[in-house]
Design a protein around this ligand. Structure first.
Ligand code: ADP
Ligand code: MG
Length: 371
């Protein structure tokens, strides 16, 4: 995805991470070996991106490069609008301050209590008064189930509790980007559920972008995107978020190319996914029509007065006639095999054609070709 991608506005603002052509090597001379190959990755605000892949595939190395914890060797990485290869030491420190890190070796300060560890992060953020820090720090520890551990030193905490202190510390400043390496690995069921809810809230409410290595299926279910790495390469990058997926799909359909990126995004956000089983009727001849259907998977049969007149498949849409003319449905459409459709309601349909004469003309053209 690039900045001109019409589906990016779903997650507003310029990308939080933009990596391009990143190669990385460990070792020197003879022993030098490459662990990352031509990595390209772009993450938008509000996106929860889960990175998976076998052990040794380079996930942690990539996270540390993005977090400016390791020097870039080849390629380009922009984080929060900064080209990190161009930053001096002070610049790097400032960028890191806007990132919430949750890594496995959570180096909590052993001499400080759980609260003091969180407070350190809040002090570095530098935006809060002492009273606000206390309030925010205690609240986040309580939310993570550590209300009765606030004054404990790390050595008096279990592995899972330490991990939760590290999470509290990383999130306390409401960073614009969170980088997390298997953040729930040491956690029990309840804490995991809690932490996942916090991650999702951050992305939805604060627009925080999260790039996370995890194999936890409960997080994967909530992810907007799944990036899979094998042997130092991104081998798949799949969008899971419905609105984003629908937008990606609409982009490829001629009639929808008439819409501007903003209009396309609006339509995608208002479409609902609906499934039909083989034989199931989607619309029926003679009934009034209030929805436009776009087929994303499967095939439908179009019948008029019990005669089959057409078959439609992925990328085809139907139901536009009744919406354009106000007449009853002129055909019955039923699923031939399992069908997935994206459905646009009447009001949103009219809003879309009202906003774009071009789109209306495209739909009319399809309509005249068919009738
Ligand atoms: P993952 O997080 O996917 O398990 P890593 O990024 O940790 O993968 O490791 C990628 C490759 O780089 C592996 O072959 C690993 O052994 C190697 N590696 C990781 N860290 C170092 C290091 N500090 N020095 C040398 N090799 C390393
Ligand atoms: Mg790792």
């Amino acid at each position: 995805m690039d900045a001109s991608d019409p589906c990016l506005p779903l997650l507003t603002g310029p990308p939080v991470i933009r990596a391009e052509g990143v190669n990385f090597y460990y070792g020197e001379g003879e022993a030098r070996f490459q662990v990352l190959f031509d990595i390209g990755l772009e993450v938008a605000p509000g996106q929860l991106v889960v990175m998976t892949g076998p052990s040794g595939s380079g996930k942690t190395t990539l996270l540390t490069l993005v977090g400016a914890l390791r020097s870039l060797q080849e390629g380009r990485i922009e984080v929060l609008g900064h080209d990190i290869s161009k930053l001096d030491r002070a610049g790097l420190v400032r960028v890191r301050r806007d990132i919430g890190f949750i890594f496995q070796l959570h180096n909590l300060f052993e001499a400080l209590s759980a609260y003091e560890n969180v407070k350190m992060a809040l002090q570095l953020g530098g935006k809060l008064s002492a009273a606000e820090m206390r309030e925010r720090g205690v609240a986040i520890l309580e939310r993570l189930g550590l209300g009765d551990r606030i004054s404990h030193k790390p050595r008096a905490l279990s592995g899972g509790q330490r991990q939760r202190v590290a999470i509290a510390r990383a999130l306390a400043n409401r960073p614009r980007l969170v980088l997390a390496d298997e953040p729930t690995a040491a956690l029990d069921q309840d804490s995991t559920r809690n932490v996942i809810r916090m991650f999702k809230e951050l992305t939805v409410e604060d627009g925080t972008a999260i790039l996370m290595v995890t194999h936890d299926h409960r997080i994967i279910e909530l992810a907007d995107r799944l990036v899979h790495m094998v042997d130092g390469r991104v081998v798949s990058d799949v969008v899971l978020n419905d609105a984003l997926r629908i937008c990606e799909f609409l982009k490829g359909i001629d009639a929808f190319k008439a819409l501007t990126p903003t209009e396309l995004t609006h339509v995608a956000e208002r479409m609902a996914k609906r499934h039909y089983m083989p034989g199931e009727v989607v619309i029926r001849e003679g009934e009034s029509g209030h929805e436009l259907f776009l087929i994303s998977e499967g095939e439908v049969k179009v019948e008029r007065s019990d005669h089959e007149v057409a078959r439609l498949g992925p990328g085809d849409f139907f139901g536009e006639l009744a919406l354009l003319s106000g007449d009853p449905r002129n055909a019955t459409v039923s699923a031939v095999n399992p069908v997935e459709t994206y459905v646009l309601g009447e009001a949103d349909f009219h809003a879309a054609i009202g906003a774009s004469a071009n789109f209306r003309d495209q739909l009319r053209r399809v309509y005249f070709l068919r009738h």
